[in-house]
Design a protein around this ligand. Sequence first.
Ligand SMILES: Nc1nc2c(ncn2[C@@H]2O[C@H](COP(=O)(O)OP(=O)(O)OP(=O)(O)O)[C@@H](O)[C@H]2O)c(=O)[nH]1
Ligand SMILES: [Mg+2]
Length: 307
Amino acid sequence: MILHSALMKDCGLEASGTEHKVRVLAGIPAYNEASCVGSVVLQAGQYADEVIVVDDGSTDDTAAVAGLAGAAVIRHGENRGKGSAIQSILAEARKRKPDALVLLDADSQHDPHEIPALIKPVLEGYDLVIGSREAQREKTRAYRRLGQKVLLHATRLASRSNITDSESGFRALSAKAIDELELKENGFAIESEMIASAASKRLRITEVPISNIYVRDGSTLNPVRHGVGVLSRVLVMIARLRPLFFFGVLGAILLAIGIAIGVRVHTIATGSGDPAVAGVVLTALFIIAGLLAVFTGVILNALGRRK
Ligand SMILES: Nc1nc2c(ncn2[C@@H]2O[C@H](COP(=O)(O)OP(=O)(O)OP(=O)(O)O)[C@@H](O)[C@H]2O)c(=O)[nH]1
Ligand SMILES: [Mg+2]
């Protein structure tokens, strides 16, 4: 794409005179986005050699519109979730081997003109570049900000990183990240999993500021169910990637509760001389569960180290 290379040069993304021309692939997961996907594909096409749209079982004309706009369309026979759509994009990217893959949503919440800003760090050696809305977080509704904050902290724990926006779907990946990332999540937890997987493989992660755009009032998703669903998946990730930390904290909490109950039962027993059997049993249960959790953490951690 002539337009593409001139623009990329303007953005300092092509060392003039070098043999190697940077190949960019844009990947767009889409579910019932017929009204937006066309313009997103056209605009993204200015900065990418190829645009792939994964139609995740839409019931509207998303696939047809994306195809008309020039995208290569991959269709899921049924709706499988954003994560599954991203996995399909990654599988396609592994075949096409671009220098950089940029991921953006199909609902116009990401500005394709910011694609060069996301790709630049990839050409400077980073493997995962996240478009962060942090600088414009005031544009996000309060209830969503709270949900995003909780997921952000959980993702930081899972990835031991200090990123500022874990839920942003506007990202760029290097060829190395395309090959090495291991993603299993089918839902929205894929955003956190990608960061955790990149960190566990010691890939270089960075962020660039992007525009925080809300095109439609409210969300397609029930925020509480969506938030709790993603959070529970991220907690599973923490348990899998940091078993000592996860089970250690869980164990410590259970032990603390057990000891607290134990002290209470002891006080009552010494006061009334009547050992509350139920209290004793509860104490024992919490302490055993706490010790088991810690033990599990130690074992899983040792097993993880052997891998
Ligand atoms: N909701 C949803 N989106 C999907 C699915 N599969 C792919 N997508 C696409 O994933 C991208 C992000 O989904 P959104 O529903 O916009 O999620 P969001 O941006 O967190 O929420 P909104 O604020 O409602 O836009 C969009 O391009 C969707 O079309 C799916 O199963 N459900
Ligand atoms: Mg959206």
